[in-house]
Ligand binder design. Structure first.
Ligand code: APR
Length: 243
């Protein structure tokens, strides 16, 4: 049996699937990944200057405009065939009394726009800005406004709703992810290098617990415990996997 047939069999037999995604999931929609040597965001921007609490304290305006530009960029693109295949998988599993939990490291909203049910954002969202002092949520429109905005309820400033390096992941998102992984009988990992923890530890501990982990990625990742890798992109591989 070839890799694709074996992978399709694993997906077909599973009842509760966790789909764990990274930047490669959105690459074919035109959203840059982080670590691609040529096109990755970190090949062109310094995360220490843009994606840390220290950077925010140092230069709020530059940080804010960079994230507002990324949010506007996401608004100009669309979900790809991979997002849509995951949405079909979710519908199919739900129809059979099972479930699909989308646990993403991505901060775009392409999973939501493709459908497929609740999406858990471990690293926050470009479209969930909030006050950097009282935490009050700001409007989605604020995320697209390049001008720095003051909080309406306190002297704070509206910050991007993403998790920066050195920050804790949102407790509610982490709890939801742990619960989904604990109930999974298959973990489908799509488009992540697996180098950023604690998120990358979730599929790794599932594998240690005996849950089969299937990876869709044109390149091998740093994730340990992957049972089977489909050497394909998200938009090519997922439709073949899900049908
Ligand atoms: N389809 C599937 N996978 C792809 C595609 C594609 N079209 N294109 C690239 N990839 C793979 C790459 O081979 C790589 O393994 O996607 C992965 C992208 O890795 P990263 O750029 O490191 O992105 P990610 O793993 O999501 O990064 C994790 O790092 O900077 C932080 O918070 C940021 O959430 C991000 C985290």
């Amino acid at each position: 049996m070839n890799h694709l047939d074996r992978a399709r069999e694993m997906v077909g037999a599973a009842a509760n699937v966790v789909v764990f995604t990274g930047a490669g999931m959105s690459a074919e929609s035109g959203v840059p990944t982080f670590r691609d040597a040529l096109t990755g965001l970190w090949a062109h921007f310094d995360p220490a200057e843009l994606a840390t609490p220290e950077a925010w304290e140092r230069d709020r305006s530059t940080v804010w405009s960079w994230y507002a530009e990324r949010a506007a960029g996401v608004r100009e693109v669309a979900p790809n065939d991979g997002h849509r295949a995951i949405s079909r998988l979710a519908d199919d599993k739900r129809a059979d009394g099972g479930s699909v939990s989308i646990i993403t490291q991505n901060v775009d909203d392409l999973h939501e726009r493709a459908g497929g049910g609740d999406v858990c954002h471990l690293h926050g969202s470009l479209f969930a800005p909030r006050c950097d002092r009282c935490g009050r949520p700001a409007s989605v429109e604020t995320a697209l406004d390049p001008a720095l905005t003051a909080c309406t309820a306190c002297p704070g400033r509206i910050r991007p709703g993403v998790v920066w390096f050195g920050e804790l992941l949102p407790a509610d998102a982490w709890a939801r992810a742990e619960e989904a992984f604990a109930a999974a009988d298959l973990v489908l990992v799509v488009g992540t290098s697996g180098v950023v923890h604690p998120a990358a530890g979730l599929p790794e501990s599932a594998a240690r617990g005996g849950v089969p982990v299937l990876e869709v990625n044109p390149e091998p990742s740093e994730l340990t415990g992957v049972r089977l890798r489909l050497p394909a992109t998200a938009a090519e591989g997922l439709p073949r996997l899900v049908g």
